[in-house]
Design a protein around this ligand. Structure first.
Ligand code: KIV
Length: 273
């Protein structure tokens, strides 16, 4: 390399910056990738967090839910995405049944960090899951907790259904957010809950709350990349918006999503419950 050339490697987003972004009122933008091309697209379009979601099972592998995604699937795709990501924080989902107890959770999470090259792992659910969150965070594995409508619980929920509608379930979700932070989680995904509940949850914790179908009050938003590019098949949930409509490139669509989230223009009331 010519020593006169400027070093242009972008400054990457690190885990400790997340809380600061919340404290500074900077909305966090997030989307999903399953391969290096999408990882690179999201990264150069200014996304802060790239999640290798177990939505992989539905949008890439054609399953009806996320439950058949394996650890090997997640490691393989996380490593692929990592090759395309330079600036964004790379988060990988722990798939269904990969964290039944803290020691198993640690073994599996460590694979996503060391083989997959993720910087953080995401675990769905509450109750006993927070024991694993504590175990991982005590052992240098940053965790994002995922509460509300957790797709790995669809059999118990009876489908992909709005959660937290009754006072009792809303209180349970509020307590889960507080327990996740107490267990050491650095970030929270809050999925498909009434926007009014998301206001409370976001105010209850100092870690950033990233909403999907949870209204505008969250500290950031996540949308599955295939949804934001208009590839949604079947019924389109109301929180999904096709940002490619009226634009001529995938990069322009992702940039529009990033701008709208940062400026508080997405989600609108029409995208909320
Ligand atoms: O798997 C996934 O894509 C997710 C997001 C929808 C938050 O968990």
């Amino acid at each position: 390399m010519n020593s006169a050339e400027p070093i242009t490697k972008p400054v990457s987003l690190k885990v400790p910056a997340l809380r600061q972004m919340k404290a500074d009122g900077m909305r966090i933008t997030a989307s999903t990738a399953y391969d290096s091309t999408f990882g690179s697209l999201l990264d150069r379009s200014g996304i802060d967090v790239v999640l290798v979601g177990d939505s992989l099972g539905m949008v890439v592998l054609g399953e009806r839910h996320t439950l058949s995604v394996s650890m090997d699937d997640m490691v393989h795709h996380t490593r692929a995405v990592s090759r395309g990501v330079q600036r964004a924080l790379l988060v990988a989902d722990m798939p269904f049944a990969s964290y039944p107890d803290p020691a198993t959770a640690f073994r599996n999470a460590a694979r996503l960090i060391s083989e997959g090259r993720a910087s953080m792992v995401k675990l769905e659910g509450d109750g006993h899951v927070f024991e694993s969150v504590r175990y991982l965070t005590d052992r240098e594995i940053p965790v994002c907790a995922h509460i509300g409508m957790t797709p790995q619980s669809i059999h118990r929920f009876g489908g992909f259904r709005l959660q937290g509608k009754s006072d009792e379930t809303a209180a349970k979700i509020r307590s889960a957010a507080i327990a996740a932070e107490a267990a050491g989680a650095e970030m929270l995904v809050l999925e498909c809950v009434p926007a009014s509940l998301a206001v409370d949850v976001t105010a209850s914790v100092s870690i950033p709350v990233i909403g999907i179908g949870a209204g505008i009050a969250c500290d950031g938003q996540i949308l599955v990349s295939y949804d934001l590019l208009g590839f949604t098949t079947g019924r389109r949930p109301r929180f999904v918006k096709n940002f490619l409509a009226g634009r001529d490139s995938a990069e322009a669509a992702v940039r529009a999503y990033v701008d709208d989230v940062r400026n508080g223009l997405f989600p609108t009331l029409d995208n909320s419950y």
